[in-house]
Write a protein that binds this ligand. Structure first.
Ligand SMILES: *[C@@H]1O[C@H](CO)[C@@H](O)[C@H](O)[C@H]1NC(C)=O
Ligand SMILES: *[C@@H]1O[C@H](CO)[C@@H](O)[C@H](O)[C@H]1NC(C)=O
Length: 822
């Protein structure tokens, strides 16, 4: 019996003894031996940086052609040669030993676990090396030891940057000393726990960058982290731990966040096609990031000159110095406080919240309780929510001077600052802006149910409001208006209000004819300009598209999508109300001889990039996948600052999580922009939008329409022409004459190249918008494009059925609807 059990134990242990991802107690790893995670994602072993004679134990990606270290054990105590050994002791401690002297030059430290029985070390596919009891769950919260608790300069998906409040371990990142020396450099990226936790990058003891507190959606001072289609971010504050974490939305993406040697945080993507790490949205440094530049009660605005200003109700301590842009004295109250019970709070919007090192917080309190709490203590200077998501919650109080504030053009946080009674703004003024009716638009599988509920909701509110005789916009229950949670609310406009705004739909106000009816310009009572899209009463098909647009766009919020301000549904009238775009469609610039001179290359380059970002948002929104289906220059509107915004979602289709393509027998879209598989077979996918985007790039660069393009020697369209010039290395001839010499040649060539990749005949060859943006923004080599769709070629017999229908159809630029004869 004993022997049997012994055999069984032996047998059972054999496969594990040699499992490559595991090291057992008393086992040793020598030079040239490695531990490899189960799916072969990461590898642990000895290494030596390229220009160094020192040797380290570290973890790197196993399958990436560019050796990249994500963790280093003995970063500050290197080995001088290859004779070192890595051992796991019986007590569950990992040791790197100098075999000559038999000294441990590095150890993972005494474990806090009281009695360790059968420790094993295991390299997981997350890149985490953990020491745990054999047989225990590898996903447990606190193993005996884990490398994720001791980061070096790299934050991998799933790592927690912050504090484990149980073990009191702070997990933070430190830069490398130099490219060849992984030793601890001067910069660290961490969560500061004095007061309300905030993200900081320290240069030694000095604050380099204050990312600020988490407001429930993002760090208050890192606006770039908003509305990101690549990553989910979380910041957790619980009794157990406080941490920041990110995970790619596309879980197959290989990505890392690195604290560079200069203290910059940079996020990288591994791009398989170029075999390069591509930086993702490099953070733009600006002067306002300098900690406390404008000192106490000063606010920094990057688009003002000079950048520092005292907050409203505050004045420079030393006006003369302030005049000379010496801001070191900061600002003070125009009227000092004296703890008068009449004192109150003024609301300041679009801020980066001040330093929270002298603050107090409670995550349960309401804003009303918060105001009371702040008011009751005379040293409390300001308050706000801790969490602006949902209807807002929690309470964050500041004591002492408010420092390191900046003001953004849009999208910052709201802060309520204590002021004397005479400085108080009237409640009416500060709150009227926030009156909105909230319509919850649930994401449900049955579109019909959504349609019905919206209609009912709209009607219900209209009735109620008519009874009350009140303005159509009702006060929200808490009377507050915060940025960040408004993507699900859609205000209602009364018909009479629209009549007044548009001069009774006067012809003078008509802007044009959209996909399903006329569009009018209007001016609301408060002076705001709007564009009103009025659904023609006779069109039944229009109703479907109208609701489609309401549902699609009401959930979307992106700076490159035109903003829906509300809807109006009364009787037979159905209208969408948009922000007004004074500069009309991009076509009116690109294709117009005089207007086109207003758009130089940098402007066009930026416009291309921003359209791409808007489109990426549609394609990669975490909840929905939206195919626009009618992208064209005239559907890209320009705001007063010439920012492009994608509009006209009447044809858009929403896809569920895994659905990649769909088929329709009602092909809608515009000739010249439609991909061949869509125009021909009615198959549409994100790749058919990518095709349209490719056409847009080429048109923006060339200044000519794809459709109707005629060049003496060619019977070709613009795409075909671009393809032929590309093959002959003459792409530059494509560039619009008005751009002249003032172009960045490599950027132009790159854009044309990417355009050609987008219009390739086969959808599977075309890049995704993620890749388009990476390719446009990087400098690495690009794949060669294959023949474009609708390429007629120089010889007639290449002409396909599809291209001939394309060739012969009429010349008008309006959206077309055609029934597919299949
Ligand atoms: C071990 O220590 C000795 C004495 O300090 C040193 O000369 C030798 O280079 C070390 N070996 C390694 C592998 O670092
Ligand atoms: C006001 O708050 C500060 C900081 O939390 C605290 O030290 C002080 O005791 C409070 N004063 C009163 C009167 O509650």
């Amino acid at each position: 019996m004993m022997i049997f059990i012994l055999l069984l134990v032996l047998y059972a242990s054999i496969p594990f003894t040699y499992a490559a991802d595991t090291i057992f107690a008393n086992q040793t790893v020598r030079y040239n031996e490695t531990i490899v995670s189960a799916q072969e994602t990461f590898e642990l072993g000895f290494f030596s940086p390229s220009n160094s004679t020192n040797h380290y134990v570290g973890i790197w990606y196993k399958n990436i052609s560019k050796r990249t270290y994500v963790w280093v054990a003995n970063r500050n105590t290197p080995l001088a040669d290859t004779s070192g050994e890595l051992t796991l002791t019986l007590q569950g401690v990992l040791i790197i030993r100098n075999t000559t002297t038999d000294d441990a030059i590095w150890s993972s430290g005494n474990s806090s676990a009281t009695s360790v029985k059968n420790p094993i070390g295991q390299l997981l596919d997350t890149g985490n090396f953990i020491i745990h009891e054999e047989g225990e769950d590898i996903n447990q919260e606190d193993p005996i030891w884990q490398s994720f608790d001791f980061m070096t300069n790299t934050l991998l998906p799933g790592m927690k940057l912050g504090w484990n409040l149980v073990t009191r371990i702070e997990r933070y990142m430190t830069s490398w000393k130099s490219e060849d020396d992984p030793g601890s450099g001067e910069f660290s990226f961490r969560i500061d726990m004095r007061g309300y936790p905030q993200m900081v990058i320290m240069d030694g003891e000095k604050m380099k960058l204050r990312g600020g507190p988490w407001n429930g959606l993002r760090f208050s001072g890192i606006t770039q982290l908003r509305q990101n289609q690549y990553f989910n971010f979380t910041f957790v504050i619980s009794k157990r731990e406080i941490y920041y974490q990110y995970n790619p939305i596309d879980t197959s993406a290989i990505t890392r966040l690195v604290l560079q040697r200069n203290g910059e945080l940079e996020r990288f993507f591994w791009l398989e096609t170029t075999q390069e790490w591509n930086p993702f949205l490099a953070r733009q440094n600006d002067i306002c990031e300098q900690y406390g530049l404008c000192q106490k009660y000063g606010s920094c605005s990057i688009d003002k000159s000079p950048v520092c200003e005292c907050l409203k109700g505050f004045e420079p301590v030393s006006p003369d110095q302030w005049q000379t842009t010496d801001w070191t004295q900061g600002c003070r109250r125009t009227i000092p406080l004296d703890c008068d019970p009449e004192e109150g709070f003024n609301k300041y919007s679009n801020l980066k919240l001040p330093d929270t090192r002298e603050s107090w917080y409670d995550q349960i309190m309401t804003l009303v309780e918060c105001e009371k709490k702040c008011k009751s203590n005379c040293s409390c200077t300001a308050y706000t929510y801790t969490n602006i998501s949902g209807s807002g919650s929690g309470c964050l109080l500041w004591f002492g001077g408010l420092i390191d504030i900046r003001t953004y053009a849009e999208g910052g946080d709201t802060l309520y600052i204590r002021v004397s009674a005479s400085e108080l703004e009237s409640v009416e003024n500060s709150r009227s802006a926030g009156r909105k009716v909230r319509i919850i638009v649930p994401i449900a599988f049955v579109v019909l149910i959504i349609l019905v509920s919206i209609c009912l909701y709209c009607r219900f509110h209209r009735k109620k409001q008519q009874q009350q005789g009140a303005p159509l916009n009702k006060l929200r229950h808490d009377g507050e208006n915060r940025s960040g949670d408004e993507d699900l609310e859609l205000p209602l406009f009364g018909l009479s209000r629209i009549h007044a705004a548009t001069n009774n739909f006067s012809l003078n106000n008509k802007l044009g004819e959209g996909g399903f009816g006329p569009v009018y310009k209007g001016i609301l009572e408060d002076g705001q300009e709007i564009a009103v899209k009025r659904l023609s009463k006779t069109s039944t098909q229009g109703l479907h598209e109208f609701m489609n647009e309401v549902i699609s766009i009401s959930k979307l919020q992106h700076r490159n999508l035109v903003k829906l301000l509300g809807c109006c549904i009364e009787g037979a009238e159905k209208m969408l109300i948009y922000e007004y775009m004074p500069n009309k469609g991009l076509d009116s610039f690109i294709f117009d001889k005089t207007q086109s001179e207003l758009l130089d290359w940098p402007a066009r380059c930026r416009i291309i990039d921003e359209i791409a970002r808007g489109l990426l948002y549609l394609h990669r929104d975490s909840r929905l996948r939206i195919i626009h289906r009618d992208l064209k220059l005239s559907n890209i509107l320009l705001d007063k600052d010439m920012n492009p915004k994608i509009s006209d979602f009447g044809m858009a289709r929403t896809f569920g999580g895994n659905q990649m393509e769909a088929n329709t027998n009602r092909v809608v879209g515009t000739y010249g922009y439609m991909a061949p598989e869509y125009a021909g077979d009615g198959i549409f996918s994100i790749k058919s939008d990518v095709y349209s985007f490719g056409v847009i790039i080429l048109e923006i660069i060339c200044g000519k329409k794809n459709r109707g393009f005629a060049q003496d020697e060619h019977s070709n369209n613009l795409i075909g022409h671009a393809w032929e010039l590309h093959n002959e290395g003459r792409s530059l001839e494509l560039v619009a004459k008005c751009l002249g010499e003032l172009i960045n040649v490599s950027q132009v060539l790159r854009s044309i190249h990417v355009g050609l990749l987008c219009v390739q005949r086969h959808p599977e060859d075309r890049p995704t918008m993620t890749n388009v943006i990476l390719m446009l923004g990087s400098e690495g080599p690009l794949p060669s494009p294959n023949e474009p769709g609708f390429y007629v070629g120089k010889t007639k017999h290449n002409t396909t059925q599809v291209s001939s229908s394309y060739e012969t159809s009429s010349n008008n630029e309006l959206s077309i609807t055609m029934l597919n004869g299949r």
